[in-house]
Design a protein around this ligand. Sequence first.
Ligand SMILES: Cc1cc2nc3c(=O)[nH]c(=O)nc-3n(C[C@H](O)[C@H](O)[C@H](O)COP(=O)(O)OP(=O)(O)OC[C@H]3O[C@@H](n4cnc5c(N)ncnc54)[C@H](O)[C@@H]3O)c2cc1C
Length: 714
Amino acid sequence: MRIAVVGGGPAGLYLSILMKRADPAHEITVHERNAPGATFGWGVVFSEETLGALRDADLESHTQITDAFAAWNAIEIRHGGHVVRSRGHAFSAISRKLLLEILQRRALALGVELRFEDEVGDDLPDAHLVVGADGVNSIVRARHADAFGPSVKPFPSRFVWFGTDLVFDAFTFVFRETEHGFFQVHAYPFDADTSTFIVECNEATWQRAELDKRSEEETIAFCEDLFAEELGGHRLLSNRSIWLSFLDVRNRSWHHENVVLMGDAAHTAHFTIGSGTKLALEDAIGLANAFVRHPGDVRAALVEYETERQPVVERFQQAATDSAGYFENVSRYGGFHPLQFGFNLLTRSGRITYTNLALRDPHFIRQLDAWFTGDAGALIAPPPMFAPLELAGLTLPNRVVQAPVGEAAEPDGRPGEGDAARLREAAGSGAGLVLTGLVAASPEGRTTPRCPAIHDEAQQRVWAEIVRAVHEAGARIVLQLGHAGRRASTRPREQGADLPLRQGGWPLLAASPLPYTDRSPVPKAMGAADMKRVREAFAAAAGRAADAGFDGLELDLAHGHLLAGFLSPLTNRREDEYGGTLENRLRYPLAVLDAVRERWPADRLLAVRLSATDWARRGSGPEEAVEVARALAGRGAGLIDVVAGQTVAESRAEYRRGFLTALGDRIRSEAGVPTLVGGHLTTADEINTAVGAGRADLCVLETQAIAPRTGVRW
Ligand SMILES: Cc1cc2nc3c(=O)[nH]c(=O)nc-3n(C[C@H](O)[C@H](O)[C@H](O)COP(=O)(O)OP(=O)(O)OC[C@H]3O[C@@H](n4cnc5c(N)ncnc54)[C@H](O)[C@@H]3O)c2cc1C
């Protein structure tokens, strides 16, 4: 087979080696626009698992690469005058230049033709297989853009990739707070004399520091000055080192006819997880193996390569995006204790969790546990999940919340035996806090005829019994008080979501007369009298919840229900003082909160459930949610229960595991209010990680998702 490889970076060179090894009869030409020794960047990092794959694919180059490695096992985090070190992380790094030299030598030895200073233009070489391994600005990708469907977007941060003659002994992160904002360094050794030294900041900081106006020399001088303490007289070395924005590259498809993309041409993963070269090399392994399985069948091999590699790469891209987001917003965590700051950094992309770190570095986790429970000297302390929490007058024994779902109320709105049983079971689970489902503040506020309510004496009495039972089981209980608004009067959930009642429906109320689905009735836009009546109903219900003995009250401003309907521009089209600006849209929900607060004891927790994003075009997003959370906290909300979506029926949900943690993290750190998050958290590890890293204060553990599968009872 005649193979033309465009690009002599790690991807193209390694593929040519593996293809030649697999079949020496292949005629392989690598077209590289640069001269042999000319490349960008300094050292690149590898993890242990990559190395295993390289050894199996080509022992010869693996041996040469690993012989040249600088290896270490510590990560050091310097911030605010503190230094935190974590050990047990196996890293290796190599100079990019040396890596390319090794791969070039190996390719030549196997008989690959390397054509340097040979820039491929719009006319791609003629071959049985054309490989686009030409990096982030790939010409091959551009040539067949219609077929590949690329998306190329800059991350909103800037970086400059230096070397330095200071040899670090750990992967070192340095954070420096300046008048312009946070700058951070990612530094690690890659040979006996040199380290990589990448300086990064977010776009706003970069603009404020006017770094766009500085030349290469001035940039070096700026960075040397900023990190003079760490550099200790050592120099920063430039290799065409200028400020860049990292490009996020994705492609709908990686192949078209006999043309295939690999490495950065196909996908990038933000450099803060140091995986681009690894992914490029693994692409080469995947592609070469596909040809071993389908010799001479280009189409079958390319389909297999893409099917196998795309999901793997997407997982890395998600981790890389989370990691990049962490560094963009790291100033949020500037006030954290050094240990928590470090733990937050180490767990930023989800690839290291509490449990992983406990294995890698038990000492670090012991210190974190001790600090978290408030006894820095303790040798043995419970993990963050089991640390008690004091919250607005409520003392919780641990950070786990059970929020059982289901509605089983009597026709008159009294909670049914099914509701009571679920809450009692949740209370006996060991969770510190139990949260009810939506409890209606008025008859027309019920979601379905099975939705429990708390607007009369009889309902209050049953709730009081449930509260007693929960307390006897050792847990605390919070009532979620709401009004379903335009999502009211529907059939029970098990018959389908948001299906209007066939019979016995009741009139709906909402901020604006917009039905929830095509089949939903049109709600009445609330007038002044409706607003007064509903506000008073909420206040009266809050008084009843207090009398029933609830430990906390959670006001529902979520999921497209009545009060949430005022918040979102998608569902609030009012032209009076309750619509338009965010300040106006907040007016009615805040008025209800005020009314509730007057009837709710000052020494008990008042929480709010808030949709942090509408997940819909032109809807509210996390930025607005932070503003809302701030306003709510300013009016007495001591906890935000963060949820997402369902504002409009057509919202585009992103229900990946732990999907609420990042949203909650943002609200917690930017609005400065404690948060409760769920989002399919099913393990202690996820809760220990989120709580220990300061991303949440309380977490809903989804035990229902686990129990039926294990089937174990004792
Ligand atoms: C700051 C920074 C730090 C990084 N750190 C790490 C790290 O620690 N670990 C890690 O694994 N990865 C790291 N990466 C990512 C890594 O550099 C890339 O993912 C990797 O180089 C991708 O390899 P590639 O072969 O696909 O592309 P490249 O390495 O970009 O190679 C593409 C080649 O194609 C050539 N070319 C381009 N166009 C043409 C043309 N028209 N004709 C001929 N030749 C052409 C180029 O000259 C180049 O040699 C980092 C990246 C950055 C920006």
